[in-house]
Design a protein around this ligand. Sequence first.
Ligand code: SF4
Length: 284
Amino acid sequence: MINLDIDALDKIAGKRLERNDAFSFQCHPELSCFNKCCRNLNLFLYPYDVIRLKNRLGITSDKFIDRHSDIIMRDSSFFPEVLLRMSQNEERTCPFLSESGCLVYPDRPDACRTFPIEQGVINDAKTKKTNLIHFFDSALPYLKASENGVVINFSSIAGITGRSGPASLIFNDGYAAANRGISLLTETWARIGAPQVRVNEIMLGIFETRHGEKTRGWELLDQEQRKSLINHTLLERTGTIEDVVNAVLFVVKDAPFMTGSIIKLDGGYTLGGETVQPMPEGIV
Ligand code: SF4
C-alpha cells in the first residue's frame, strides 16, 4: 500500500486508468510473497464466482457448493454467506493453490481478482499508520471530472417505520437507526457533489430477496405474519429485482434534474394500514 494524498491525485506519478483500460501487476515465483496470500483466508464467493469456477472444474453448481464451499448463516443476517472451503492443513491453504500458482487463475474469484487494487485502508508510509478510506470522498474527484457523476445510496424504509407495526417482525432498532442515518449522508453528499455530481437515495421496502419470500427470515414467519406484511403494502405484493433495476435506470438516465432526493420504493408499505374515510356530509 502507498500513501495517497486525496487532494493531490493529479500529482501522483503514473497514468490514471480510463474506462476499458487494463492494468498489470507482477505475481510470479521470484517474488518473496508468491503464493503467500492464498492461505488462511475467509474467501467469500459471489454467485458469478461459483458459475465460473464450476464451469472451469466441469462440475455442476450443486457439486461445487457441496465440495468446495461452506455456507454460513449468521443470527444477524437473513442471507447465507458462501465461503470457499480451505484445505484442512495447518495453514488452511486454498484448494486451488499449487506450487506453480493458482490452478483456476483465469476464473479465480472476484476477491482474488481485485486483490491487487484493493484499498480498504491507506497505509501512510511516513507515520506507519493506517487510515480508513471514505469511499465517497475518494471517488468524488473522479465523479466530478466525469461531469455527469451519479451516486445512488440504498437504504431501507426501516429508517421511517422503525420497529413498528408488521415491520417490527423484520426490522430491529439498530437496523432502523442506521438506515435513518443514510438519508443524512444522501443530503450532505448531494450538497458536496453539486453541480457536477447528483446524489440520490432509493429507500427499499420488502422485496422477494430482501426480507421477502426468498429469504430465511420470511420462512421464520407464520402465514398470518406474512399476510400482515403484504396487507400493509398498498400494492399487495413484495418487490422484485426488476423493480429495483427500473428505479436505478430512471435515476441514472431519466432524472438529470434530481439530486438529494429520497425515493421510497416500497409498494406503498409506509402508507399502508391507514384507510381514507369519506368526508362527513356538509364538509367540503
Ligand atoms: S482461487 Fe487462486 S488466487 Fe484465489 S486464493 Fe485460491 S489459489 Fe489463490
